[in-house]
Design a protein around this ligand. Structure first.
Ligand code: ADP
Length: 256
């Protein structure tokens, strides 16, 4: 997109002329478009749980509260939807923090085993409850330089996704290793996988392969966008390898 500014000028000898200044505003327009789309997406995502909260509260007030079974069912929905809303707001705040780079990383040396432990603790019970097997596969325990809390969030997001998108009876593996000039960590699962055509878009904010399934599992559609930002702020790269129906592996690589 080119914006043209025309300025008339007067020359003593030649009479009138025009100076044309051309600006390439493609990048600016693209950014504006992304911002408007983001605001529209956020509004929509916030509106959905709020509409449901209001609907169920109104139905209860209109008399459904008299019926103990309905009362319990609707209150459970209200509870679940408010948790989703809370998670969405939390993810939005996290995303805005990592995107604005306001919080510098607190890098510290830590061993990989110790680094992954809190993340595993966070999800392990829910995994067991869902009937998933979990395996930790560390070739060796080595030291890395990371921001402990932020890195935990990366691992929690990946493990939570692996759990959400793997049917019961499947397995989730967390592995890590060290090469000459880099180290890597991988979360793989034997779940539903991601169709090839969706792979390039899964790191976009609010992109979901299956909106209904993501909602059902409590997803906000922001998890991988946050992960990608956090990985990049650690100067790392993220790769995804997936086959629909077979499983998915997210591999992160960081310089040593
Ligand atoms: P969500 O909150 O919907 O899980 P994410 O940003 O974490 O959002 O992931 C984006 C989408 O990528 C998900 O909706 C899902 O379709 C797909 N996805 C992410 N991780 C996996 C996985 N381990 N297996 C299958 N699909 C996945």
């Amino acid at each position: 997109i080119i914006e043209v500014n025309l300025t008339p000028i007067w020359g003593e000898k030649d009479g009138m002329g025009v100076v044309a200044v051309l600006h390439d505003i493609t990048a600016i327009r693209r950014l504006e478009k992304m911002r408007t789309e983001f605001v529209a997406n956020v509004s929509h995502e916030l509106k959905t749980p709020v509409t449901s909260l209001r609907g169920f509260a109104e139905t209860l007030l209109d008399g459904a509260a008299e019926d103990p079974q309905m009362r319990r069912e609707f209150l459970e929905i209200i509870h679940r939807e408010s948790l989703r809303l809370e998670r969405l707001i939390g993810d939005l705040l996290d995303l805005s923090k990592v995107e604005s780079r306001k919080m510098p990383l607190q890098l510290e040396p830590i061993r990989v085993k110790e680094l992954t432990y809190p993340a595993i603790q966070t999800v392990i019970e829910a995994m067991k409850k869902k009937g998933l097997r979990f395996r930790l596969d560390l070739e060796e325990d080595f030291e890395v330089q990371v921001d402990k809390d932020r890195f935990s969030q990366i691992v929690i997001n990946l493990l939570s996704n692996a759990m959400s998108y793997t049917p019961s009876g499947g397995s989730v593996t967390l592995s890590a290793g060290k090469e000459k000039d880099h180290w890597w960590i991988r979360v793989s699962d034997t779940g539903i996988g991601i169709p090839e055509e969706d792979l390039p878009r899964i790191f976009e904010r609010f992109y979901r392969v299956d909106k209904a399934r993501s909602r059902e599992s409590g997803g906000t559609g922001l998890g991988l966008a946050i992960v990608k930002h956090l990985v990049e702020s650690h100067h790392g790269e993220i790769y995804v390898d997936s086959q629909a129906g077979k499983g998915t592996a997210f591999t992160l690589r960081f310089p040593l």
